[in-house]
Design a binder for this molecule. Structure first.
Ligand code: NAP
Ligand code: 3JM
Length: 346
């Protein structure tokens, strides 16, 4: 049923992996939607999607699609955001953008509500949602930094294929079947659509997510590095990243090495800081083999932390294992939480 009160909401990229999850969450969280507009490319225009027992027809995105829209949730890729965000803002909408298009712009807040919700109020029409791998990492680092200070971060990621979109999920499915049937593998998409070479992801590990930069890091790695500093308001924090794609469908896992500022910190202290933190669930008990995995985190809203260990050689060094559903907290949930915070501020 249509509501009379609430906000006119547009979802750009509504037929994609992130867009579909956004729709599920708007419904589950009872986001106050008055009118809902579902936008995609020409390919999916005309498709019908169910929202709150109502069929909504997907429309091809155009500048005028944003007429009368209060909140626009974008997840259709960076170039599409660059094209449509100014059009939406011009028409009075606030855009929550899931792409890397505006994240590092000075006048665009980059927000993980548990970490820097207060930055939302500085927006000038666009609020950026960070990269999936960044979100779960800063959510786990925030309580540690607040309690003990933070001197260094080194992360290696183990990322699910759904982070590369619905087509990448299909590629892994097809290659897995072909591999088990002793057939030739067809790699047409991963590691990066449009890059020169493609490698099979099935039964493999690809140390390239997004395109290479001049410094030898990939763009995904540089997103983690630069976004972490921006969200945590810590421009001088040393951060290094290695991002790897693995053949599972959902949830990113991260092995994170940190050095804290304070002396004399023990594992118990880190556990305590994490246990009380918003959005974090500690799953850490070697005696019972308790730790999070990509499968155990699937469809969950929280960021799960386990395997907290003290570095054998560095008194202030710790190692953590952090897992979260990349389409939930990593993308759609964080977007919806930003939209919720936005309407709370009003
Ligand atoms: P996806 O499954 O490939 O879906 C892409 C969506 O964008 C589809 O709805 C598609 O519509 C739409 N689209 C494509 N070209 C368009 C165009 N020219 N005009 C309007 N709509 C267009 O990808 P995804 O995994 O959902 O990711 C979408 C984007 O979200 C990514 O490109 C990335 O920038 C961002 N993302 C962010 C995070 C994060 O960590 N914050 C994570 C994943 C993705 P059709 O059905 O018509 O093709
Ligand atoms: C996650 O613009 C594009 O082609 C999308 C690339 C992309 C991004 C991005 O840079 O926006 C794919 C998957 C992300 C992201 O969240 O950074």
């Amino acid at each position: 049923m249509e509501q009379n009160t609430g906000y006119n909401v547009a979802v750009l990229g509504a037929t994609g992996a992130v867009g579909e999850t956004i729709l599920k969450l708007l419904e589950k969280k009872e986001f106050p939607v008055k009118e809902l507009k579902l936008l995609s490319s020409k390919r999916s225009a005309g498709k019908k999607i169910n929202f709150k027992n109502r069929e909504i027809t997907v429309e091809e995105a155009a500048p005028d699609s944003f007429e009368g829209i209060d909140i626009a949730l974008f997840s259709a890729g960076g170039s599409i955001s660059k094209k449509f965000a100014p059009e939406a803002v011009k028409r009075g909408a606030v855009v929550v953008d899931n792409t890397s298009a505006f994240r590092m712009n000075e006048d665009v807040p980059l927000v993980v509500p548990e970490v820097n919700k207060e930055d939302i109020k500085n927006h000038k029409g666009i609020i950026a949602n960070p990269n999936c791998s960044t979100i779960q990492m800063v959510a786990a680092l925030k309580p540690i930094r607040d309690t003990f200070g933070l001197n260094r971060v080194i992360v290696s990621t183990y990322q699910a294929v759904s982070g590369a979109g619905a087509e990448a999920v299909k590629e892994l499915e097809a290659q897995s079947r072909d591999y088990l049937d002793n057939q030739e593998l067809h790699a047409e998409l991963l590691p990066v659509k449009g890059d020169k070479k493609h490698y099979p992801i099935a039964f493999n590990a690809l140390p390239q997510i997004d395109v290479f930069q001049e410094n030898g890091y990939t763009f995904e790695e540089m997103k983690m590095i630069n976004e972490t500093k921006k969200i945590m308001h810590a421009p001088a924090l040393p951060v290094a990243a290695t991002c790897v794609r693995l053949p599972f469908f959902t949830s990113h896992a991260e092995s994170i090495y940190i050095e804290v500022e304070k002396d004399g910190i023990e594992i118990d202290d880190v556990w305590k800081a994490l246990e009380n933190a918003e959005g974090i669930v500690l799953q850490d008990d070697p005696a019972t083999q308790t730790y999070p995995t990509p499968l155990s985190a699937e469809d969950k809203e929280e960021v799960f932390v386990g395997r907290v260990r003290k570095d054998p050689d560095h008194e202030k060094g710790f190692h953590l294992w952090v897992v979260s559903d990349n389409l939930m907290k990593g993308a759609a949930l964080n977007t919806v939480q930003i939209a919720q915070a936005l309407i709370e501020n009003k």
